[in-house]
Design a protein around this ligand. Structure first.
Ligand code: VAH
Length: 321
């Protein structure tokens, strides 16, 4: 990986991945793109281009202009938004992916795009979900993720495109506000804990989902993309996870730092139905065996880091306003 074009850079993953890759590979070697420009480090502290991923020719033109060797495609709608706008989700998630794969094929680029635990459905074994198992998701988001996995494997076997991907669990970060996901309760809760010492969860008690702190997610992307291809038995997409918890457990973790934190519930039936269709815990052994996946943050370490970093961010934001 020497020169990288990233789509969806203003999203939850892109906003941190862009800064990490600029640090690791050089600012001049990372071309960040998104559908809009905003006043942010992603747009202001390196190469940034406006890109609508549903326009293949403009994506191809940018990849040629910057002479990239790697394409990381992140632009997509997340689960809850996709469920509210299923036709738009199909057009963006699948149309954008096809365009990105075609650009990677035509220019012989290394390629990464994420799948998700959302690619599984109610018929999937819920605990220690295997790498290779039934995938019959009941959401449009999940349909696009399963189709995306199959399309990426097709481009590898049919055209030799070096496609690689992971099935992300819920990702928790402090750099961007939650963006329409089902697991976002586990981001919201930290903001509310700091602002109000209380949170009303839209996901019900006892709902287990796989989760991961963003630094581990970014490490996973870089490690997989730099992995020796001869070791890869799988490609699209690897189960990865760092922890599995339900709302009461993250609340208990927060109370170790904020003892008087309180939580109650107002369950969102749409996002609860999505969450109930997903696994409780994944088996990530293939990722560990094939490319040394090794997450560093458990729930309490994530909680301490998240509350510390988010408190500083909220303080800075209030000073700026
Ligand atoms: C979502 N955060 O909730 C995303 C992710 C596994 C969840 O795909 O849609």
């Amino acid at each position: 990986m020497k020169k990288i074009l990233i789509t969806g850079c203003l999203g939850q993953i892109g906003s941190e991945l862009t800064m990490r890759l600029r640090n690791d590979y050089g600012t001049e070697n990372v071309i960040a793109t998104d559908i809009r420009h905003i006043d942010s480090p992603v747009c202001n502290e390196g190469l940034f281009e406006i890109l609508d991923v549903t326009n293949k020719e403009s994506m191809l033109e940018l990849a040629k202009k910057h002479e990239v060797d790697t394409l990381i495609h992140l632009a997509a709608l997340l689960s809850a938004v996709a469920e509210a706008k299923p036709q738009l989700a199909w057009d963006l998630n699948m149309g954008g992916l096809m365009n990105a794969l075609e650009v990677a094929r035509e220019l012989d680029l290394k390629f990464f795009t994420p799948s998700s635990i959302g690619s599984f459905g109610p018929g999937t074994p819920a605990n220690d979900t295997p790498q290779d198992t039934l995938q019959r998701p009941t959401t449009m988001y999940g349909v696009t993720k399963v189709a995306g996995e199959l399309l990426c494997d097709y481009y590898y076997t049919k055209f030799g495109v070096d496609t690689r991907g992971v099935r992300f669990p819920g990702l928790i970060s402090y750099t961007t506000l939650p963006g329409g996901g089902t697991t976002d309760y586990a981001v919201d809760i930290y903001y509310e804990a700091l602002k109000k010492k209380s949170y009303t969860s839209f996901i019900g008690e006892g709902t287990y989902m796989d989760m991961m702190y963003m630094p581990d997610a970014i490490d996973a992307i870089v490690t997989l993309l730099e992995a020796d291809p001869s070791r890869l038995v799988h490609r699209n997409a690897f189960n990865i996870t760092a922890m599995s918890f339900e709302p009461e457990q993250i609340a208990a973790s927060i109370r170790k730092v904020i003892p008087d934190f309180k939580m109650d519930y107002d369950v969102d039936p749409v996002r609860q139905k999505i969450a109930d269709s997903w696994p409780d815990s994944l088996d990530a052994s293939c990722a560990k065996n094939e490319w040394d996946f090794n997450p560093k943050f458990d729930l309490d370490r994530m909680t301490h880091d998240m509350l510390e970093k988010l408190a500083k961010k909220l303080e800075n934001d209030s000073v700026v306003k």
